[in-house]
Design a protein around this ligand. Structure first.
Ligand code: NOJ
Ligand code: CA
Length: 663
């Protein structure tokens, strides 16, 4: 960080080149939120208020450039431009069919008043549910490239606010349990979305939108104990190499009156561009996979006696997939590269050569004849050099073999890019993830990204990016997932987009990999955790033979929604959400609790008039996530929009309800 105080020479320079001081306020359309843009002695800063209460105190803006003075210290305002915007746009898939994008925008064109007289623009957008701003560096007369040393954006929050954080720069990327702390207790960099409960009672979440060709923004307390944008560095220490013109990602502060109203914030998608080509070929889907059998030790990724991804197993899974009403099957361990310790194989993994016992033509033909899809798998172990050499050819090979979905994986704590060890969330990592999505789009392939870059809404522009992991998911079960985790995700990670949580594990007493939830909660996940590709993660026999009654909910639940209605929730305690299936009249409600049992009371007033049937999958009174996970009751009864529900959820439990019109 550069010093915030002005040096003697800087003061002297302002004495000779006095900057214009100005303060301009931009309001949200409903006028409850104010963004103050402040220019004082050449320095730019901002503050944010809601209902006249200060939520973000005066916070510095600026960018530090290698071998130059920082942008943001000797600026004059050249001109401004303001406009209001309001539109409804239709999503290709997702939690809402139609999203409203309504904001007031103001653009501040700034120029340095001395030295190279560089130009910088700060663009702000104020929505009814938050503020966003970005830096735009236009082409300059004397140079066209810059090396960004740091971004100096601050988020000066009240220190006594609570935050739910996961640490950045850690070996398991975003895959951590959330910790609740006070703002002033943050010791190291943390990932965004960083959700904050402010002492005024508002809920804020700091995140970014449209992250392209730039290091991810993590947040850290600086030497003045103010949160600032700690941009992920490259291996040489630079934060980003950029060609002008360049825009940083949007810096976003979502603002809500309650935790539950934070969930329905669409700023991140709204701040991304519409698709530039036709993506009507993208189809969200539910899939099962040659997957959990490996986690519970029945099969292996590597070839051998217990090899999972064989032709025989694939055909068997495809048959089950068809009878279970699912859309496709994932194969992990189908290609050369899993022998021995696969984590060491990244430099030579082959992404288009199947193992000898995996007859891709026969499998593809069987899938096609039965109207099913195949989900390929690319475990790169972060060896980007090896993967990018094959990317185009491999995706072409998949599309020729009717593999129209690919799950990618980047296991390992760092990536190898141009021979260097780089963070997944560095500029080079971000660039790679983008390349994979764009090449996939060229071949009409949809992506489910594991060990991904965090979501910043680019799926609005590239809807073939159907889902990603990017948080601790069910593969961590076996005691490493706290029951509170799924009650925190909707207010934190899921504000950045959907997640492949790998839901639907029914084998809840397995001694090799014990999953600590109730059965009803596994069903709830299909509503609680949205995902354009929803994995139905257990082995077919658990759905076909062991629990066909419980499976019915998974068969019925859609992945694509008309609308979403978060009903109730407190971060880390409980969460209930209702969603209406896209193009249907059916509603689905999912709820989860932490380690406490409770009664969840809510009304069905969101239903239209008329009679409905509720089909509910509920924790039994004696259910418990450790001691009695399978105790579930299925109940069916008549409801209307006047019905009030009072649902019991067991410790570590949940519930799922389907509501459909009475014939
Ligand atoms: C981690 C992924 O999250 C998981 O789903 C996958 O099975 C393993 N890597 C192996 O690639
Ligand atoms: Ca993972």
């Amino acid at each position: 960080m550069k010093q915030r105080k002005l040096s003697f020479w800087q003061r002297l320079s302002y004495f000779f080149h006095p900057a214009v001081n100005t303060e301009e306020v931009v309001f949200s359309p409903d006028r409850r939120i104010q963004f103050k843009f402040i220019l004082k002695q050449g320095h730019v800063s901002y503050s944010v208020l809601k209902d006249n209460k200060i939520l973000v105190k005066e916070s510095r803006l600026g960018i530090s450039i290698k071998n130059d003075v920082p942008f943001g210290e000797r600026l004059t305002l050249v001109r401004t431009r303001a406009r209001s915007f309001d539109e409804n746009w239709e999503t290709v898939w997702g939690e809402e069919r139609v999203i409203r994008n309504k904001y007031n925008e103001k653009i501040f064109y700034l120029e340095e008043n001395s030295g190279k007289k560089r130009l910088i623009t700060i663009k702000i957008r104020i929505f009814d549910d938050g503020v966003a701003f970005r830096y735009e560096i236009p082409p300059q007369p004397s140079f066209s490239r810059i090396v960004i040393d740091d971004e100096l954006t601050e988020f000066n929050l009240d220190h006594s606010g609570d935050v739910w954080e996961i640490p950045a720069y850690q070996p398991d990327r975003y895959e951590y349990n959330y910790e609740r702390r006070k703002v002033f207790e943050l010791e190291n960099s943390v990932h965004t979305p960083l959700t904050v409960h402010s002492p005024h009672g508002y809920y804020l979440s700091i995140h970014e939108a449209a992250l392209y060709d730039y290091g991810e923004m993590t947040l850290k307390l600086n030497e003045w104990k103010v949160l600032y944008s700690d941009i992920t560095p490259l291996s040489d220490g630079a934060k980003a190499y950029v060609e002008l013109p360049f825009s940083t990602p949007w810096r976003v502060i979502m603002i809500a009156d309650s935790a539950i109203s934070l969930v329905k914030n669409h700023m991140i998608l709204n701040l991304n561009d519409p698709p530039r080509s036709d993506f009507s070929w993208v189809k969200p889907m539910k899939f099962m996979g040659i997957w959990w059998a490996m986690y519970v030790g029945e099969w292996t990724w590597a070839p051998g006696e217990r090899h999972g991804a064989t032709t025989e197993h694939m055909i068997e899974y495809l048959k089950s997939c068809k009878s279970l009403g699912l859309d496709g099957v994932l194969a992990e361990g189908w290609n050369n590269g899993w022998e021995g310790d696969w984590l060491q194989n990244g430099a030579f993994t082959d992404f288009s050569t199947p193992t000898k016992d995996f007859d891709i033509k026969r499998i593809a033909n069987f899938a096609k004849v039965n109207g099913l899809d195949l989900v390929g798998h690319n475990e790169t172990v972060g060896f980007i050099d090896n993967y990018e050499n094959q990317l185009d050819e491999a995706y072409k090979f998949y599309s020729e073999n009717d593999v129209n979905y690919v799950k990618t994986g980047y296991a390992g704590s760092m990536m190898t890019i141009h021979g260097n060890r780089e963070w997944h969330h560095s500029q080079l990592g971000v660039r790679h993830y983008q390349k994979s999505v764009e090449i996939a789009a060229k071949y009409h392939i949809c992506i489910d990204m594991h060990e991904p870059i965090k979501g910043t809404g680019i799926e609005r522009t590239f809807p073939n990016l159907l889902t990603r992991e990017g948080a601790r998911g069910q593969e961590y079960e076996g005691g490493s997932l706290l029951p509170s985790h799924a009650t925190i995700l909707p207010f934190t990670r899921l504000l950045s987009g959907g997640m492949d949580y790998t839901s639907g594990i029914f084998d809840l007493t397995n001694s090799v990999k014990r999953v600590y939830t109730t059965l009803a909660r596994q069903l709830a996940y299909f509503v609680v955790i949205p995902s354009g590709m929803q994995m139905v993660a257990d082995r077919p026999r658990f759905y076909e033979i062991e629990k066909p009654d419980a499976y019915k909910f998974i068969r019925d639940v859609p992945v694509n929604w008309e609308t979403t209605l978060p009903i109730m929730g407190e971060i880390g305690e409980y969460y209930v959400v209702a969603r209406k299936g896209r193009g249907t009249e059916e509603w689905f409600i999912g709820g989860v609790t932490n380690e406490k049992e409770r009664k969840l009371k809510f009304s069905l007033s969101f239903l239209d008039d008329g009679d409905y049937i509720a089909e509910a999958y509920l924790d039994a009174e004696n259910a418990h996530y450790r001691d009695n996970p399978l105790a579930m009751q299925i109940k069916k009864w008549g409801v209307t929009r006047n019905t009030n529900l009072d649902i019991f959820v067991a410790e570590g439990g949940g519930f799922a309800i389907r509501i459909y019109k009475k014939a």
